[in-house]
Design a protein. Structure first.
Length: 119
């Protein structure tokens, strides 16, 4: 979804928070928050969670079905963060994943679990 606010490369004001494979089943992307409002943090957790469970090319499109998140600390603007994600399993068309935003000290400042559905 190129126009997606969280991960779409074509969205002019988007977060551009789309992870790549980092090894060992973990996906990651460096991210510096512009805003600390909950929708920005949730968007970073949401879009990054698709990487490990949704085929990048040639697969069926997937949509987010459910996400549950916990913001443990403020995500501070202009500080470097890393958003990581990993797969938790699958049941038919449902794919489960987790994501976390790691702060500058490496601690998880926000965590989430997501369910994705193949269309």
């Amino acid at each position: 979804f190129p126009g997606c606010f969280g991960c779409g490369p074509d969205h002019p004001d988007g977060l551009h928070c789309l992870p790549g494979e980092a090894g060992g089943g973990v996906w990651a992307v460096a991210w510096t928050a512009r805003e600390t409002d909950a929708p920005f943090v949730w968007s970073a957790l949401d879009c990054s969670s698709c990487g490990p469970v949704v085929p990048a090319r040639g697969g069926r499109p997937h949509v987010l079905g459910r996400i549950a998140a916990e913001v443990r600390e403020e995500v501070r603007p202009a500080e470097p963060h890393v958003v990581v994600s990993w797969a938790l399993g699958a049941e038919g068309r449902r794919k489960h994943s987790a994501s976390a935003i790691l702060g500058p000290r490496g601690d998880a400042v926000a965590v989430a679990r997501a369910t994705w559905f193949a269309l």
